[in-house]
Structure formats: structure tokens, C-alpha cells
Design a binder for this molecule. Structure first.
Ligand SMILES: Cc1cc2nc3c(=O)[nH]c(=O)nc-3n(C[C@H](O)[C@H](O)[C@H](O)COP(=O)(O)O)c2cc1C
Length: 471
């Protein structure tokens, strides 16, 4: 008998999504196989609120031989509803249904942090003690390309063959170990004067019985003035639908939904703060799905950074140092927003007193950097920015008109490789021509290692004469 396969669709668009077309393609290619699709992200509420339906789904998984985790990228990760489904697996104690099953991950995206979402999913798959058979991560339009579909089928063939032959698979992630520790903050926090800076601590827990609740309060007590926003108090009536309506002028579908106050909260509180501290306890290998909902719904700003130059830090309860994928998310999301990552404080090391001191110096650093306007970026920003710039410039500007306007207004297209000056184009051409000559080439490559420092210091000394060594 041919083994049954279950596909768990992580797109809020259900069967209309792009990702699931890859699964439908497998269905057509292998008509003899039973491949059943469940639209997890689209029907999350149904599975969450209807125990019978949830159990039927788990029974299907239990009686299958392989699982296809198929999902679109949503804000460097999986959609908040998919994340919620993953939480339900442990909350409802149904992990055993997944144990020992073969699994693959398939996503579609524009490749912005697709590796991170697959790594997160592999962590979950390893935690569930499944047999991970790899990832496939095409660009969102690749289903249209014959060659790419053939390549995809090579991956699927290998998966089915692995199931048939019961091939062993390696694990990548070790289970997370939480330490038994109760944080009890001291009384003597030195209050730092905020000098009119708006400080917002955004959290999904203010429960004083938890470490995260106590860390949030302690953090607030470090400042003369700071506000705590509990994201459970924000009326978020629904998940991001992936409808892309906000692409035109940042007007989200939920603007017209009565009672939904997420956009107001995000604009008036988050986007208007000078200093932001995001706090939460780890749930599996990430923030809670409530937190993910906030990241997803903030997509009404599409690919336009809206926290530019703000100071941002995180307080996390849980074994973050064992979960570098989550840490990477925190760092990458911050850089994507062009905010400055000031630090990440957790409760995983040290005594309560040591954590107090960390929070205290964290508060100090946040204020100092906000005063000086310090920012610092890496490849995460640079690489991400270039990807969006090229995508929006080439095609996506049709859908993402608001991004296009912003990129034009702030000269972001001026950094496109073909936008170099005519003088430099000519100089570059001449240099490349001369480099064909052996003698010139020898001199040129000898000069390269020594010439930049000389030029660099000449420029610095011109701009800051007081630093010149031979004044
Ligand atoms: C709200 C939202 C967030 C997205 N975030 C990302 C992202 O972080 N990285 C990426 O490469 N693509 C991202 N995308 C693009 C989608 O992953 C892509 O369009 C995908 O093919 C959609 O699949 P689906 O139709 O199955 O939902 C995002 C799209 C939406 C609507």
C-alpha cells in the first residue's frame, strides 16, 4: 500500500495560496498516492475551538507516514496561526502523533529570511522527534517554471523514496532546557531620568507571578517615566490575511473593521516611541503566537521601515542562548526596521541581583544611545534592504506602491548598481581596459593593500584636523 501523506498548509489564503499549489502539483504527479491537505492557518479558529475537528486532524496525522509542512514566509517566519497550531500540539499533548513520521518543509517567498523559517520549523520537527528530510524554498513565482518544477519533483522523489526505504535522518537541534529559577527583583533600582523620551515596553505578559512579568516591572522601575503596553489589551480582531491591500497606500483591511484598534496602537504607541522594549516568554522556539500576530499585523507598513533610528531592546524569559534562530529573528527584524538593537536581556543566567544589574545598565544604555542617536547595522540590514529595493523596483512596485513612493522619496533607488555616475562609469571602464596590461596590473595589485589606509587617513584628517598626527 502507498503511504498516506498529510500536508499542513500555513497560508491564511488556504487553497488559493501559492505555496499549496506545490502540494497540488505533487498530487497530480503522483495520483496513486493519498495526499491530504489541511488548511491550518486559514482555519485555525476552527481547529482551536472545535476539539472534534482538531482530534480528527491529529488522527489523520497519526495514521500517515509523512508530513509536508507547507507554508509561506510571513515576516521572516511562519504565519501567527501556524505558530498557534504548533503551540496547540504541546498544549493538547498530541506530540506523539507526529513522532517518527517523515517530514519535509516547503515554503514560498521572496527569499527574505526563508532559511530562518525553515530552521525554526526544523527545530519544531526535531522537538517532535520526526524524521526531517529537508526543505524546499522556491521563489513565489517558481511554480510557473517548468525546469523548477522538475527540480522540485527530484526533492519529492527523494522524500517518498526515503519513506519507502525507512532511511535514517540526522537531527540538527537539541531540545531546549529551561532552568528552574525564580526571578525576584530587588528594591533599589536607580531611577534614570528619561528627559522627555517616550519609552514603551510592549509585552504579552504582565503577570507578576512569572519571571517575564517581574522583569517588565523591574525594567519600568529603572526609568523615571515609561509605559507598559500589554498586547492582550489591544483589540486585534483577526490575523493578517495576506490580502496585500495595504500595498497601495498602507491602508490595511482592518482599518474598516469595527473595534479593531491594532493600527491605532501601532501607529500612536509603537511608532511614536523613542525607545522600545519588547518583552515575552519563549513559547517553543519563538515568542508566543500573540506576539507573532503583532509582527504580522504590522505588515500594514509593508516593506517600509517605520522604526528608523529608534532604540530597541528585548527582554526574554527562556533559554534564548540555546535558540540562536530566535535570537537571529530579533536581530534581523530590528535591522529590517532600521532600529538600533541595544541589547537582549534574559533570565537564563545569573542571580536575581545580577539580572537587576543587567536591566539597570540596559536602561542606561537605551537612554544614552537615544540621546546620541546611535545606530548600527550588519548584513541583515544591508542584504535585506538590497533584496527589497530590487524586488520593489523591478516588479513589486505594482502591488507595493506605498513602498515604491517611499523608496523614491528617500533616494533608495539611487543605490541601484546601474545608478553610478557617468564619470565613475568611464573611469571604471578605463581601469578595466588598462588592467589587461600585465605591467599595469602588477602595479595595481601591489598598490591595493597600501593605498586605501593612506587615502582613508587623508580624508579623516581633512574632516577632523585635530586628529592629525603631524599637525
Ligand atoms: C504579510 C506578509 C508577510 C510576508 N513576509 C515575507 C518575508 O518575511 N519574507 C519573504 O521572503 N516573503 C514574505 N512574504 C511573501 C510571501 O511569503 C509570498 O508571497 C508567498 O508566496 C505567499 O504564499 P501563499 O500564497 O501560500 O500565502 C510576505 C507576504 C505577506 C503577505
Amino acid at each position: 500500500m502507498v503511504a498516506k501523506i498529510i500536508a499542513l498548509n500555513g497560508s491564511p489564503k488556504g487553497s488559493n495560496g501559492t505555496t499549496i499549489q506545490f502540494v497540488k502539483y505533487i498530487q497530480r504527479k503522483y495520483p496513486e498516492r493519498e495526499i491530504r491537505i489541511f488548511h491550518i492557518a486559514q482555519k485555525l479558529k476552527y481547529y482551536e475551538n472545535n476539539m472534534g475537528a482538531f482530534q480528527e486532524l491529529i488522527d489523520e496525522i497519526q495514521s500517515s507516514k509523512g508530513i509536508i509542512w507547507a507554508f509561506p514566509l510571513y515576516i521572516l517566519h511562519v504565519h501567527s496561526n501556524y505558530k498557534r497550531f504548533i503551540e496547540l500540539i504541546w498544549e493538547r499533548g498530541v506530540e506523539n502523533a507526529f513522532k517518527g513520521k517523515y517530514a519535509i518543509t516547503i515554503s514560498t517567498s521572496i527569499h527574505f529570511y526563508d532559511h530562518m523559517a525553515h530552521n525554526y520549523m526544523q527545530g519544531i520537527i526535531d522537538d517532535l522527534d520526526m524524521k526531517y528530510f529537508g526543505y524546499y524554498s522556491p521563489y513565489m513565482l517558481d511554480i510557473n517554471d517548468f525546469e523548477k518544477r522538475q527540480n522540485f519533483i527530484k526533492f519529492i522523489d527523494n522524500f517518498f523514496d526515503g519513506i519507502n526505504r525507512k532511511v535514517p535522518t540526522p537531527k540538527k537541534f537539541t531540545p531546549l532546557k529551561y532552568r528552574e529559577f525564580e526571578y525576584n527583583p530587588g528594591e533599589n533600582f536607580k531611577v534614570i531620568e528619561t528627559k522627555g523620551k517616550k519609552i514603551l515596553i510592549v509585552t504579552d505578559s504582565v503577570d507578576e507571578k512569572t519571571n517575564i512579568g517581574k522583569m517588565v516591572t523591574a525594567m519600568k522601575n529603572c526609568f523615571s517615566e515609561a509605559e507598559i503596553a500589554n498586547i492582550w489589551d489591544v483589540n486585534i480582531t483577526g490575523h493578517c490575511l495576506g490580502c496585500l491591500k495595504s500595498g497601495y497606500n498602507n491602508e490595511c483591511h482592518y482599518l474598516k473593521v469595527k473595534g479593531d484598534n491594532f493600527i491605532g496602537f501601532y501607529k500612536n504607541k509603537v511608532m511614536s516611541a523613542d525607545i522600545l522594549i519588547f518583552a515575552g516568554a519563549m513559547k517553543d522556539r519563538f515568542f508566543s503566537s500573540r506576539w507573532k500576530l503583532l509582527f504580522d499585523r504590522a505588515f500594514f507598513n509593508t516593506h517600509t521601515p517605520v522604526l528608523v533610528g529608534k532604540q530597541l531592546g528585548f527582554i526574554i524569559s527562556g533559554p534564548l542562548s540555546q535558540d540562536m534562530i530566535f535570537r537571529e529573528f530579533l536581530e534581523s527584524w530590528t535591522e529590517f526596521q532600521e532600529a538600533n538593537l541595544v541589547g537582549v536581556i534574559t533570565d537564563e543566567f545569573g542571580t536575581s541581583n545580577e539580572i537587576d544589574l543587567l536591566l539597570q545598565s540596559f536602561a542606561d544604555k537605551l537612554i544614552k544611545f537615544a540621546d546620541s542617536g546611535y545606530v548600527n547595522y550588519t548584513f541583515r540590514h544591508e542584504g535585506g534592504f538590497k533584496l527589497f529595493r530590487d524586488e520593489i523596483h523591478a516588479n513589486l512596485r505594482i502591488v507595493f506602491r506605498a513602498d515604491h513612493k517611499y523608496y523614491k522619496k528617500y533616494g533608495l533607488y539611487d543605490t541601484l548598481p546601474n545608478k553610478v555616475s557617468l564619470i565613475w562609469k568611464a573611469a571604471r571602464g578605463f581601469l578595466m581596459l588598462f588592467l589587461k596590461m600585465k605591467k599595469f596590473r602588477k602595479k595595481f595589485y601591489e598598490m591595493i593593500p597600501t593605498s586605501p589606509p593612506k587615502r582613508i587617513w587623508k580624508k579623516i584628517e581633512k574632516q577632523e584636523p585635530e586628529l592629525a598626527l603631524n599637525k
